[in-house]
Design a protein around this ligand. Structure first.
Ligand code: GLA
Length: 583
């Protein structure tokens, strides 16, 4: 894992370097794709993919007429010309059964002319054709999944002229394969077709940046499904741009993305909120789109393009805001300021200027001030409002956005053209992965992925010293209810040792269980299992042979002994789990 990450960082860096040097549009050399090497695949998405996906608006209710109408609207509304390319047909396009040869086929009632004809239609509009599948035996909508048919499905898609594949993960826990293995298989069969199809990992944000999604795909989800509510939009943004998924010390996942590979906080809900107050609705649409642009997120619109208000169309096609998303430097923006519900993000651009989002996530009106030292500037700098495409003036040391209401925001471009601004240093590998011989305590490393409750480092979940039978332990993790967290790059590790115990302050009757997995839960590779423990169970020793394992996921979960359901109040501690490297 360690070597793989390093190799990929350097490939992405080379790609970024080439893009900056050439300063010109990159085109994919198609003939070089057949049997191509990994670097070519980075060129499939040198900037975040842009398109439209049927799911957020239509869900299952899709058919030939609607998809063709969406293609027409994408071409005629200005969306295509603004850069939206991929028209992606999500779940529920396929027939309930494969054909006699085992190939997928379109639902005959919804798509009577079949997918090839539909793909040709989409292409005739100057667009690219995207399709959905699921890596399990069935999709999220219980239709035929791709498991066991990986090769024939990739060949079928290539024959239909598909350019983009969204590969979902519902039921994939039954595959008996690690996510890294599953997605590598699709990548292999995509390469075999010789058709340059983008592979989008849809796995509810289960750590593709940790287990090596770059090896197989061009984008990976960073969290659960987005809904048409701003609370969901902000949670999705926080998975990619904040500490929703990674340790706060990373300041978001920016360091894992770059030209060729992107963090995907999910498809856009711009146009789907329906907030009654039109001012707030517009602010919400802008806040959502602005966040996705500053986070260099794939821009997959999810509204009804045949019925867009002018306001929604103007937001989705805002040229200077899209230019920030598509900036060829490919840096994902990062937070430079947080004060309660007020946030500032910075995205240094290729031409030496920088894009800044000032955002009020609260309900109360507020002013937000960005100071030049947050951005790496000083003195007098020109400021441009990129929603309005207007220069605002020259400002010394800072700029204040005044009276921002609910979801109120400004997107600015600040500075003059010249040498690109530097980025903050990425988190060094040795801070989140095993890079050295000897013994490394996991609580001396940052987890690179988490779900549910974050573990508390070197304390109980409630912030007390970790104490078992009168002895105090300096290292470990306090956990509550359900906590899962993953460390990268333990391939160098030979053994994992430590202890687990119920937290002494937990006096309830429910059970806690500790498990250690190889990689994410889809692979279901349990390396160690404490079994159910109660407040009366003595501490247990962990001893795991790590030979050949890359990512290690620690899981603590509480269970209500009466209802057999999850119990969120149970407290447990991992006591100094540490990895030993002998050679
Ligand atoms: C999952 C995905 C969604 C969508 C649905 C379709 O929930 O995360 O984006 O594709 O499946 O069933």
């Amino acid at each position: 894992m360690f070597t793989k990450i390093k190799q990929n960082i350097s490939l992405a860096a080379i790609a970024a370097f080439c893009i900056i040097l050439s300063g010109c549009e990159l085109t994919l050399n198609k003939s070089s794709m057949a049997g191509s090497d990994q670097l070519d695949y980075a060129y499939l998405a040198p900037t975040p993919p842009m398109g439209w996906n049927s799911w957020n608006f239509f869900a299952r209710d899709i058919d030939e007429v609607k998809i063709k109408a969406a293609s027409d609207a994408m071409a005629s509304s200005g969306m295509r010309d603004a850069g939206y390319q991929y028209l992606v047909i999500d779940d529920a396009w396929m027939a309930a059964k494969r054909d006699a040869n085992g190939a997928l086929q379109a639902d005959p009632a919804k798509f009577p002319k079949g997918m090839k004809e539909l793909g040709d239609y989409i292409h005739s509009k100057g667009l690219k054709f995207g399709i959905y599948e699921d890596r399990a035996y069935r999709t999220c909508q219980s239709l035929p999944g791709s498991f066991g048919h990986e090769q024939i499905d990739m060949a079928t898609f290539a024959a239909w002229g598909v350019d983009y594949i969204k590969m979902d993960s519902c039921s994939a826990e039954h595959n008996g394969r690690l996510s890294s293995v599953d997605y590598a298989l699709y990548r292999k069969y995509i390469e075999e077709t010789g058709r340059p199809m983008i592979l989008s990992i849809s796995d509810f944000g289960h750590a593709a940046w940790v287990w090596g999604g770059k090896q197989s795909s061009q984008l990976w989800r960073t969290g659960q499904d987005i809904r048409h509510k701003m609370s969901s939009v902000y949670a999705c943004a926080d998975n990619s741009g904040g500490s929703g998924r990674s340790h706060p010390a990373f300041n978001g996942l920016w360091q894992f993305a770059g030209p060729g590979y992107w963090n995907d906080p999910d498809m856009l809900q711009v146009g789907n909120f329906g907030i009654k107050d039109e001012t707030v609705n517009k602010s919400a649409n802008r806040a959502h789109f602005g966040l996705w642009c500053i986070l260099a997120a794939p821009l997959m619109a999810g509204n009804d393009m045949t019925n867009m208000t002018d306001s929604v169309r103007e937001i989705l096609t805002a040229p200077e805001v899209i230019a920030v998303n598509q900036d060829k430097r490919g840096v994902q923006g990062h937070k430079v300021f947080v004060d309660g519900k007020l946030e500032i993000y910075n995205k240094p651009l290729a031409d030496g200027t920088t894009a800044v989002l000032l955002l009020n996530k609260g309900r109360d009106q507020a002013d937000i001030t960005v100071t030049w030292d947050m951005l790496g500037f000083s003195g007098k700098q020109p400021v441009r409002d990129i929603w309005e495409c207007k220069d605002i003036g020259i400002f010394e040391n800072c700029f204040t956005a005044k009276n921002l209401g609910e979801h109120g925001n400004m997107m600015l471009r600040i500075g003059t053209k010249g040498k690109p601004l530097s980025m903050p240093a990425p988190m060094p590998l040795e801070k989140y992965t095993i890079t050295r011989k000897g013994v490394t305590s996991l609580s001396d490393l940052y987890y690179a992925w988490k779900d549910k409750n974050a573990p508390v480092y070197n304390k109980t979940f409630e912030g007390n010293p970790i104490r078992i039978n009168g002895r105090i332990y300096q290292k470990g993790f306090g956990c509550r209810g359900k906590a899962t967290f993953m460390f990268a790059g333990t391939e160098r590790g030979d053994r994992l040792i430590g202890k687990v115990a119920m937290d002494e302050s937990y006096q309830g009757e429910n059970e806690g269980r500790f498990r250690i997995f190889h990689e994410d839960y889809f692979g279901d590779r349990v390396l160690w299992d404490s079994g159910p423990m109660t407040k009366d169970t003595a501490a247990k020793d962990i001893v795991v042979d790590l030979e050949g394992y890359n990512c290690i996921m620690l899981v603590f979960e509480g269970k209500d002994i009466k209802t057999e359901k999850k119990a969120g109040d149970v407290l447990g501690v991992f006591i100094d789990p540490r990895i030993i490297v002998n050679d």
